[in-house]
Write a protein that binds this ligand. Sequence first.
Ligand code: ADP
Ligand code: MG
Length: 266
Amino acid sequence: MAKIFCVANQKGGVGKTTTTVNLSAGLAKVGQRVLMIDLDPQGNATMGSGVDKRALKLTVYDVLLESATIAGARVRSDRLIEAGCAYDVLGANRELAGAEVELVEVDRRERRLKEALAKVASDYDFVLIDCPPSLSMLTLNGLCAAHGVIVPMQCEYFALEGLSDLVNTIKQVHANLNKDLEIIGLLRVMFDPRITLQQQVSDQLKAHFAEKVFNTVIPRNVRLAEAPSYGLPGVAFDPSARGSQAFIEFANEMVDRIGGMKRQAA
Ligand code: ADP
Ligand code: MG
């Protein structure tokens, strides 16, 4: 059965989408069956996975409103197949912005994604959900469906402050809606070791959160930033780039951690 993870942080521009698409590609590359769900109306994770959001007939919007199933709406990019790191995509586009309002009227509104995922969970090893930069009904659907949250963060001065809001939200969802939910780990992204402040914040993170901080560190790397304009994750666009190598390492770390969870459960 799939392990389901949200990539979340209510701040924008912290590297959520970059993490989601590159971890998806990295996991696919090391032999995992992956579904990537784009829960952001901007559709960046969709485009960054080689899927044209404007050409999609069915998206996560139709799944949330129960006019489509995930099996009927998922797609796969030929370019990712060629690159040897293909994963399924449940895409998003601007239409999804309307779901926020439309879901207010319906029952089980925060459980729609969870229920839809239950029908395809056996098709995958990992499901990764790219969340929008807010703690909205869309993010709530992601958090309800997930076993864990991956939090990408830049090692900057206000990083820890922003984290406490997210930690509180996760605690509330854990208490009221989803007993499985936990923070799997904090991922240090866009890291530049030459900047003393980043080293200091990184040390603080490890002191506060100990083993919840992933060992892998994602460096600031221009190839990761260039890849989306070619409609590919960095891991597919330039596998030898330092940033891409770091995401392959992160994929292996995830497999090791989750493998550990599976063994504990057995
Ligand atoms: P979010 O989804 O949280 O808004 P993005 O993943 O879109 O954040 O990243 C914000 C910007 O930073 C994008 O332009 C992206 O290409 C760039 N970026 C993300 N990670 C890196 C990295 N490791 N090195 C360089 N640029 C990065
Ligand atoms: Mg994003």
